[in-house]
Design a protein around this ligand. Structure first.
Ligand code: 3PG
Length: 363
């Protein structure tokens, strides 16, 4: 078989337009980099969490989008018959680019099935693991595949690991961790792992509601997690943890942080030397509740003396509303990871990442 690079990328994109999303642009840049080295390229990716084949989650419509962005035709490949797909790739001319249908349509993908992984590996001669956002999963096209084909981490994966690792490598002080988003449960691991290292941990979004409630505040009909109250109460004993002091209410629900909190949080973000931010401060999709998140973005982006790592699907889409993705700043790293970013920062073991890193260490 001619040299054929199988590359796992992330095209699990919810925001519109797809072409302006961080994940799409990252994938395009990476394909451009490895294209034209006398090799064929086969892109492996997933969309959503389908149960079998779900047409609404097909990657077919991504092929013309990728073609346009790369400036070279990307051929869509059905994956219902992987032997046939392998034949098509084998018989194609050099330097062709293929996009395989959603790998989660395949039985065994999310079970890290060895038989499937082996069949996928037959589509190429080398494998590049470059989907950081899914690398916390033990999926066949990320983890098990590395057993059957020479495998290495891609540039995107390496950049993510390098930037997120800064949090554990004596970052410059003050180190401020800003945590928002919907659920406290998803964020507690990161807070616990980084509160020792950070100088200040500021919480907002619906995640803050559980902390407010645990302190005895009447949050009326706002969302909170009853099973997290005790954990929240315990964490609040740490004086480094800050929660909002005023709020924007609607229909008896807290939907954004208020002006006093914006002022205080912005002040700390502007004086920070290292920032990690995951999760919006409010329901930013609605203009009347976007002020908190936008103010945080403004404070982070105006601080030229700090380095910052921003991630979490929602945070990054909040930023793309303001076009920040199109104008990247050298001191700011935008992570493509949602759950993966949180698990990495919480210091958890990540199956997909481990699999490819182990291979590389062994070499
Ligand atoms: C994400 O959106 O975080 C990744 O694409 C992983 O998706 P998953 O949570 O469905 O595994």
């Amino acid at each position: 078989m001619d040299s054929t690079t199988l590359i796992r990328l992330n095209l699990d994109i919810k925001e519109k337009p797809i072409g302006k999303s961080l994940r799409f642009n990252a994938a395009v840049e990476e394909i451009k980099k490895i294209n034209g080295k006398n090799n064929k390229i086969v892109v492996l990716s997933h969309r959503g969490r389908p149960d079998g084949v779900e047409n609404s989650l097909s990657l077919k419509s991504f092929a013309p989008l990728l073609s346009k962005a790369i400036g070279k035709k990307v051929l869509f490949l059905d994956n219902s018959d992987l032997d046939k797909a392998a034949d098509i790739i084998r018989n194609s001319s050099k330097e062709k680019i293929f996009l395989l249908e959603n790998v989660r349509f395949l039985k065994g993908e999310t079970e890290n099935n060895l038989v499937l992984a082996r069949r996928l590996s037959k589509l190429g001669t080398e494998f590049i693991s470059d989907d950081f956002a899914t690398s916390h999963r033990a999926d066949a096209s990320l983890a098990a595949i590395t057993r059957f084909i020479p495998s290495k981490p891609g540039n995107l994966l390496k950049e993510e690991v390098k930037n997120l690792s800064l949090a554990f490598k004596k970052p410059k002080s003050p180190f401020v961790l800003l945590i928002g988003g919907a659920k406290a449960k998803d964020k507690v691991g990161v807070i616990k792992s980084l509160i020792k290292r950070a100088d200040l941990v500021m919480v907002g979004g619906a995640a803050a509601n559980t902390f407010l409630k645990s302190r005895g505040m009447d949050i009326k009909d706002s969302l909170y997690e009853p099973d997290m109250l005790q954990v929240a109460r315990r964490l609040l004993k740490n004086k480094k943890l800050a929660i909002p002091t005023d709020f924007i209410w609607d229909d008896n629900k807290i939907l954004d942080i208020g002006p006093q909190t914006i002022k205080l949080y912005s002040f700390y973000l502007k004086s920070a030397r290292f920032i990690i931010w995951n999760g919006p401060m409010g329901m930013f999709e609605k203009k009347q509740f976007a002020a908190g998140t936008q103010a945080m973005a403004k404070a982070v982006f105006s601080n030229r003396k700090s380095s910052a790592v921003i991630g979490g699907g929602e945070t990054v889409s909040a930023l793309s509303l303001k076009n920040q993705i199109q104008h990247p700043k050298p001191n700011i790293f935008l992570s493509t990871g949602g759950g993966a970013m949180l698990e990495f920062l919480a210091g958890e073991k990540m199956a997909g990442l481990e699999a490819v890193m182990k291979k590389n260490r062994a070499k």
